[in-house]
Design a protein around this ligand. Sequence first.
Ligand SMILES: *Cc1c(COP(=O)(O)O)cnc(C)c1O
Length: 397
Amino acid sequence: MHSKEIQTAEKAMLCPTYARYPLAIARASGSTLISPEGKEYVDLLAGIAVCNLGHSHPELVETICAQAAKLIHVSNLFYQEEQVTLAERLLQTTHMERVFFCNSGAEANEGAIKLARRYMREVRKEERFEIVTLSGSFHGRTLATLTATGQDKIKTGFGPLPDRFHTVPFGDLAAMDAALGDQTAAVLVEMIQGEGGVRPLPESYVRAIAELCATRGVLFMVDEIQTGVGRTGKFWAHQHLDLLPDIITVAKGLAGGLPMGALLCSQEVAQGFPAGSHGTTFGGNALVCAVAAKVIEIIERDALCARAAALGQWFKGRLDALHTKYPAQIAEIRVHGLMIGIELRFPGATLWEALLERGFVLNLTQDVVLRLLPPLVITEKELEDFVQALDQELSRC
Ligand SMILES: *Cc1c(COP(=O)(O)O)cnc(C)c1O
């Protein structure tokens, strides 16, 4: 089908939830997206931080085919070797001791919220159920996770929302301090707000939050759904600061493009989830687990975390040069491995469109932030081509 036919056909059938890019993708390989008409784009988005190994990585294709022929799904009524193989690899990346597999980021955060409440009530025997999050955060689209999200625009029309969630202003430690009471179960934060515009929590701030949690008996939960799996130059973003969260959630990059999420916790906290307390039909099926295990194996073998760090460092130098050249157009460059925000001093829609027209796929978030989440295997040349295109377009702004 041609792009136009696809666009027209979907309008007649799909819920109009998405403001789509004016572009259909028919195929993809490495860091290249290809439209039905054969036009090629440099993929600086990786399916929103999902395809960290690039598209159709030959070893992932091979793993998918082999595993599909062996076992795809039997449900969590059964023991499966693929789950323990993945659990072992995933837990080795952290200080965590237990994992729960699910299907998406929202579901991982939903699980974390449920676990925090149930652990407090059933294990610690404390009436703690409040969840505290930050303004500008994004934690998902289920009722609990959109309530946790610190952006009003995604809540419109969905009330009444679940009770006892509090959002405090980003960066305001006194407000956080005041929000943590004897009914607080957990604080949930992203290390770098992704959807919120690639905004890192200042180091002293996030350390102080973790310390407040520890002294008040509150669980410190880190949403690594976008920042995890090598994106920021370490396997987990919180590892840049040697923090030890009580619960970590992950999804996007975990299974290389197959839908998968997980929450990780200590043995102690995992007691909040005894048999029958929580579950999922699809979560952690043999196919996604085999693929996720392969993703982690390749990230480690090919040292992709270090690659993301080094490439990000080089790219930052190139973008800083553009910042110096265009101080009236660029407000700030924020680079954390291959999680990149270019904050403009003007609404970026026209610039974003011009870059798309030139063959570069990236995201515009919060109206003024160009967000880049390229595959961790992207080349210096592809990034340099983007810098050249951005340079030319900025000279016209
Ligand atoms: C994408 C994202 C989510 C939601 O993940 P879904 O898989 O879309 O449900 C939650 N938190 C963060 C930080 C995200 O980036």
